[in-house]
Design a protein around this ligand. Structure first.
Ligand SMILES: Cc1ncc(COP(=O)(O)O)c(C=O)c1O
Length: 399
């Protein structure tokens, strides 16, 4: 099938929820994607921070094929070996104690919200149900996660939203202090706001927030759906803040290299909120998804990928800063590891994304000014050179 036919079929049969870019990738290898017409792209979007080990990493493909031939799915009515193994790997790597598995980032955040509310009930704070989140945050599209998302544009048309959420400006400790009441059961936030425009948290704010929450018995939920599993150069982004330990962490995107999975990690104390019957997922933690996640973690931890993210990420940041100085078109370069963004001075994000695509580079744009780069974590400096060269040609020639 050619691209045109795929687009026509999509338009006819698939609901109209995405402003899709008019290409149809059909195969991939490493950081390269190939569309239905045979055109090659350098992929600096990676399924929006999903294809962490690159497209079709041989070790991940092998693990998926082996597991598919052994056992695809079995219910959580039973014990699931791969799920238990994955929970152990994640617990040992994070310092948290227990995992719950689901199928997406939004679901992981829903589970975290329910866990926080339940924890209040079982820990004698039954009046506490409210969750404070940050303006500019993004936590997903299901109703609870959508309500947690601190951006009005995502709420419009879906009211009434879920009661029990409050919003504070990001990185403003005084505002958080003022928002905390006896009703607050948790604070939920990203360490780098991804969809909000690649905005990192201020470490002093995080330290202050942590102190405040510990003193008041409020749980800290860190949404690492985008930052997790090596994206920022450590397995979890929270590990870059010495002394900081969240109560609950949510994961999805890069955890299984593209096989749908979500996870909630929690301290043994916070995990007391859940008991049999309180939460569940038919597919959550099934053998196939867990096998893909185990292989992904093996590659990331044992094949030097974290080191690569730090080295290549720093190199890319430097190349983008050079482009900022040379072009005069970039207001700011932000981010960490291989989660980087540049804010353009003018609202021309969509035009830049389109021109890069025509020249064989896939990037994406959050808002109308910020270009986001979340490539596979296996990219090399030569891939960065190629991407920056295309971006520079677009910025300097096409705009
Ligand atoms: C930080 C964060 N949380 C949650 C989500 C929602 O994840 P999903 O689309 O898998 O439901 C996203 C998706 O972009 C995200 O970036």
């Amino acid at each position: 099938m050619q691209t045109g036919e795929i687009i026509a079929m999509t338009d006819k049969y698939v609901m109209n929820t995405y402003s899709r870019i008019p290409i149809a990738p059909v195969t991939g290898a490493g950081a390269r994607l190939y569309d239905a017409d045979g055109k090659e792209y350098l992929d600096f979007t990676a399924g929006i921070a999903v294809n962490s080990t690159g497209h079709c990493h041989p070790k991940v493909v092998e693990a998926i094929c082996r597991q598919a031939a052994e056992l695809l799915h079995v219910s959580n009515l039973y014990h699931i070996q791969r799920q238990a193994e994955l929970a152990r790997v994640l617990a040992e790597a994070s310092g948290l104690d227990k995992a719950f598995f689901c199928n997406s980032g939004a679901e992981a955040n829903e589970a975290a919200i329910k866990l926080a509310r339940r924890y209040s009930r079982v820990s004698g704070r039954s009046e506490a149900y409210e969750i404070i989140t940050a303006s500019g945050s993004f936590h997903g599209r299901t109703l609870g996660a959508l309500t947690a998302t601190g951006q009005a544009k995502y709420h419009e048309g879906f009211e009434p939203l879920v009661p029990g959420f409050a919003y504070v400006p990001f990185n403003d400790l005084a505002a958080l202090e003022a928002a905390v009441t006896e009703k607050t059961c948790a604070v939920m936030l990203e360490l780098i706001q991804g969809e909000g425009g690649v905005h990192p948290i201020d470490p002093e704010y995080l330290a202050g927030l942590s102190r405040l929450c510990k003193e008041a018995g409020i749980l800290i939920i860190i949404d690492e759906v985008q930052t997790g599993i090596g994206r920022t150069g450590t397995l979890f982004a929270f590990q870059q803040y010495p002394g900081f330990k969240p109560d609950i962490v949510t994961l999805a995107k890069g955890l299984a290299s593209g096989v749908p999975i979500g996870a909630v990690l929690a301290t043994a104390e916070a995990a007391k909120g859940f008991a049999p019957g309180k939460h569940a997922s038919t597919f959550g933690g099934n053998p196939l998804a867990c096998a893909a996640a185990l292989a992904t973690l093996d590659v990331i931890v044992n094949d030097g990928i974290l080191c690569n993210v730090r080295e290549v990420g720093a190199y890319m940041q430097q190349r983008l800063e050079e482009l900022q100085a040379a072009s005069g078109l970039i207001a700011e370069v932000r981010g960490c590891g291989l989660m980087l963004g540049i804010e353009l001075k003018e609202a021309k994000g969509a035009a830049v994304v389109g021109a890069c695509r025509d020249r064989g580079l896939l990037i994406n744009c959050v808002g109308d000014k910020t270009l986001r780069f979340v490539p596979p974590l296996i990219i090399q400096k030569s891939d960065v050179d190629e991407a920056v060269q295309i971006l520079a040609s677009v910025l300097l020639e096409a705009l």
